[in-house]
Design a protein around this ligand. Structure first.
Ligand code: ATP
Length: 353
């Protein structure tokens, strides 16, 4: 018997919709694991999460916990916690009142206060018990909502875009804090997001969804290094795709440089017929951009932009297309100029075609 959550061949179909929103998804989340459901808007992530919660009826398949179907168990009896984009705090209760809601120890005041204090410490809001929730910032509200969701020790926590209403910097910090809290409490969780960085920061494994189907489930590092298809690679942010040439093929120098760099780095999956997927940084500006190096490739600069202290250059490279190359901070040039580039296998993945 498998432990934790098992979704088997789950189908969710809305009346009047031509195609099912979830189309035969198999997904297991063993106890203690955090899985992110990642995919573009409208791909069916929330529908799958809601079906697991019991908020959406199954049109097919089954949802089980520890091998026992919960398909006929009502939402509040599944032992699953829920956290949404807007934490939906009770405006008429203070922070402690919100967190204590749903606690089994509710009637034992000492135990209840101790548990509320423990949860508020855990989410980084110690001593805020008496705060009116209307005075909290967006990030603080979500921390309280997380404490409240964890209070009854749910056997599975379902999170639907819990950080997406927050600004970027806060989202990045809270994603890391959220992971720490889930790991510290040993919480099994399914986390819906459309943000690749967030999924990678929070989850042990990432499940990529598209058009109602699961395309790939893998640990973040494996997913990034070995996307199963061009569609997955595109969604993760790979920008360009290059066919791996045959031994005697005449190819553009840039393609040769990429293949050589990938082979030197021991990248698997380079048979003829395979594809190289290039992320930002598959080329870096070499020797301050001055051409002439034996291993250089050149590209024409289209756009120059600064991103968090790094310079990113959008370049057109013969035989490859338009890609983002990286340059040292402060490096500059004029759009239209030719610059020298070096291939970097660290931002290249091999696909089987
Ligand atoms: N209650 C509903 N009735 C009819 N169609 C719905 C309903 N809820 C969702 N859909 C449709 O089902 C599909 C999947 O929606 P869902 O919200 O699950 O996607 P999602 O990946 O979570 O998207 P987002 O990231 O934008 O929230 C979409 O085409 C959506 O329009």
């Amino acid at each position: 018997m498998s432990d934790g959550l098992q979704a088997a061949d789950v189908v969710v179909r809305y009346a009047a919709a031509a195609a099912p929103a979830v189309d035969g998804v198999d997904l297991a989340v063993p106890t203690g694991e955090v899985v992110a459901l990642l995919g573009p808007s409208g791909c069916g992530k929330s529908s799958l999460l809601r079906a697991v919660a019991g908020l959406e009826p199954l049109s097919g398949g089954d949802v089980a916990w520890d091998g026992v179907s919960v398909a006929d168990v009502p939402v509040h009896r599944r032992g699953f916690g829920l956290l949404f984009q807007d934490g939906q705090l009770f405006a008429h209760r203070d922070v402690a009142g919100n967190v204590a809601y749903g606690l089994a120890e509710r009637r034992d005041r000492v135990a209840r206060d101790a548990r509320v204090a423990e949860l508020l410490d855990l989410v980084g809001l110690p001593g805020t018990q008496r705060r009116d929730v209307g005075t909290l910032s967006g990030g603080e509200r979500q921390r309280v909502a997380l404490a409240r969701a964890l209070a009854p020790r749910p056997r599975l926590l379902l999170l639907d875009e819990p950080l997406s209403a927050l600004d970027r910097a806060l989202r990045e910090r809270l994603a890391l804090d959220l992971r720490d809290v889930l790991v510290a409490t040993g919480t099994t969780a399914l986390f819906v997001t459309h943000d690749q960085d967030e999924a990678f920061a929070v989850a042990d494994r990432v499940a990529v969804m598209d058009a109602g189907r699961l395309l790939q489930v893998a640990a973040p590092g494996d997913l990034w290094a070995r996307p199963a298809s061009r569609r997955v690679a595109q969604f993760l942010g790979y920008e360009a795709f290059v066919d791996v040439p045959g031994a005697g093929d005449a190819v553009a120098p840039a393609v040769r440089a990429l293949v050589d760099a990938a082979r030197t780095a021991g990248l698997a999956l380079l048979p003829t017929g395979g594809v190289l997927a290039l992320a930002a940084g598959a080329f870096v500006v070499a020797r301050d951009g001055h051409p002439g190096g034996a291993r250089d490739v050149d590209g024409v600069v289209r756009v120059l932009r600064s991103r968090r202290g790094r310079t990113e250059v959008v370049v057109d490279v013969d035989g490859v297309g338009r890609v983002s190359a990286l340059a040292p901070a402060g490096w500059t040039c004029t759009p239209g100029e030719r610059v020298a580039l070096r291939a970097d296998a660290a931002a290249v993945a091999g696909l089987s075609g």
